[in-house]
Ligand binder design. Structure first.
Ligand SMILES: Cc1ncc(COP(=O)(O)O)c(C=O)c1O
Length: 492
């Protein structure tokens, strides 16, 4: 026997003045509900606007506005000569849910997060704001206004126009021709001999650390890290359950002789030998050899994070750890974020040949691969000689900018500040000559609108002193003007 269906009582629709929504939206919601829960069925007629307005005590325009909205959303249809009715195929329930979500009572979703989710939710305010126009001296920024955008766009258009290759998912390990050009470039620029099969394209260093943590670490494994160091990467290792061991630095880089005797053996040692982040020193050759020997003794991996290795201005270049390490325990990590521009989200790892497959599989599981079009464009950019040309140009520009910042700081703030000019990098890290001087410098920077990162945010203990000043993205005048403004505030 057919079930008697419940009729929708239009007259019983109740609209409230105390509801924050306008009356026509309340009416829309009543009708959407009725259609979604099938009290109003496909092709059921709805009252004329005049009749419904009278029945529920609202103006006819209110009913017309609600009907119009529901017609545009596909819940109702108007049929010539026979008024308005429920559509033959009204939207599905999930669309209805989206339309009414705004009116749902708010759930405390953060209370439902995993333990890690809750920790991350508390830290989420650390996500840096999106910089529309970078202000001096925000660190981490290359000179994007110097990037040859016309050349890049031309290559990008060529690839996009003449081929459909970039519309297909690519090799999770990365676009082979790009891996070939990276392997060739590494041989020339770092004396690092590797095959394209060892190169794994990543979405920048940060994502590379996710794979490293996933594939090389078990919970509880000790990881020795520079103190202060690459805090966001360290956080990923910590999330993987690693036991982080902060190792102090001196003018030659990481100082393994200061690791206490009973410290657990490292499974991984992470370093930035080309220009320590954030203190800026270059790791000496002796320290490099000592580090490799230590890793061999403990059977540990080394991560050589060479994030700014291209930007070396004085002194003899040191051989990369990866080229010095004959035991194959060093994994090289490169990024195009600094060499080209941060939004490129392309970097690479050079791993032992027998690990390439598992790195590639991990990438496949995470997000399949990096976008093909960007990889193809970068390959053209390198092959055409534009990459080397750009790096050379930036190297001499950054050298000038580094000197400008160093000299301006010495001239205007010299009596308050302890500053050295490192051999490489895209930032200077300065300290107040005393804690009081540093407090005054920080306060004056705030008043003068000078941007910087405090070293303390990159320190495990949180109490390291110092201010990190990026210079690469700022021209000579901006650098000089900003330091003068800072000094004026300080002397007020
Ligand atoms: C030490 C270090 N390595 C690498 C990077 C680059 O990270 P990504 O390649 O994810 O942009 C940064 C920050 O920009 C960094 O501070």
């Amino acid at each position: 026997m057919p079930r008697h269906r419940e009729q929708f009582e239009f007259e019983s629709i109740q609209l409230s003045n105390s509801d924050s929504r306008p009356v026509y939206q309340q009416l829309e919601d009543h009708l959407r509900h009725a259609i979604a829960d099938r009290t109003l069925q496909p092709e059921d007629r709805v009252p004329s606007s005049r009749n419904l307005a009278t029945a529920i005590g609202v103006s006819r325009n209110t009913v017309l506005a609600a009907y119009e909205q529901l017609i545009s959303e596909g819940y109702l249809e108007s049929v010539r000569g026979s008024g308005t009715r429920v559509a033959k195929m009204p939207p599905q329930a999930f669309e209805f849910a989206a339309a009414t979500n705004a009116t749902k009572p708010q759930l405390d979703s953060t209370g439902c997060l995993s333990a890690l989710g809750q920790q991350l939710s508390e830290e989420a305010a650390w996500v840096p704001p999106v910089a529309t126009k970078p202000k001096a001296f925000t660190p981490h920024l290359p000179a994007i206004e110097e990037f040859p955008l016309d050349v890049w766009n031309r290559f990008c258009n060529e690839q996009a126009r003449w081929s459909t290759k970039h519309l297909m998912l690519g090799d999770p390990q990365g676009y082979l021709p790009l891996r070939e050009s990276i392997a060739q470039y590494m041989a020339v620029s770092r004396g690092l001999s590797c095959t394209p099969e060892q190169v794994v394209i990543t979405s920048g260093s940060q994502q590379a650390f996710t794979m490293v943590a996933q594939l090389l670490l078990n919970p509880g494994d000790a990881v020795w890290v520079e103190e202060p160091g690459n805090a966001p990467a360290n956080r990923l290792l910590d999330i993987a359950g690693a036991q982080l061991v902060p190792v102090p630095l001196d003018s030659e880089g990481i100082d393994l002789s200061r690791v206490p005797k009973k410290t657990p053996k490292p499974k991984l040692i992470c370093v930035t030998p080309g220009g320590q982040w954030p203190m800026g020193m270059t790791m000496s050759l002796n320290r490099r050899l000592e580090l490799i020997a230590t890793a061999q003794r403990h059977k540990s991996w080394i991560i050589e994070d060479d994030y700014n290795g291209e930007f070396r201005y004085t002194g003899r270049p040191h051989a990369s750890l990866s080229s010095l390490d004959s035991s194959g325990r060093t994994i090289y990590m490169g990024t195009f974020s600094k060499m080209l521009f941060p939004a490129i989200r392309l970097g690479f790892l050079i791993v032992p040949a027998d690990l390439a497959k598992v790195f590639s599989y991990s990438r496949f599981l995470q997000d399949r691969s990096s976008p093909q079009l960007v990889q193809m464009t970068l390959h053209r950019f390198i092959e055409s000689g534009n990459f080397v040309k750009h790096i050379r140009r930036m190297r001499s520009l950054y050298a000038e900018r580094q000197t400008t910042l160093f000299e301006s700081l010495e001239k205007h703030l010299g009596e308050f500040i302890d500053v050295h000019q490192p051999e490489s990098g895209m930032h200077l890290t300065v300290r107040g000559i005393t804690k009081t001087a540093e407090k005054r410098l920080v306060a004056a920077a705030g008043r003068a609108g000078v941007e910087f990162h405090p070293v303390s945010i990159y320190s495990q203990s949180g109490d390291a002193q110092g201010m990190i000043l990026g210079f690469a993205a700022f021209d000579k005048n901006t650098i000089q003007r900003t330091v003068r403004r800072w000094a004026q505030e300080l002397h007020q």
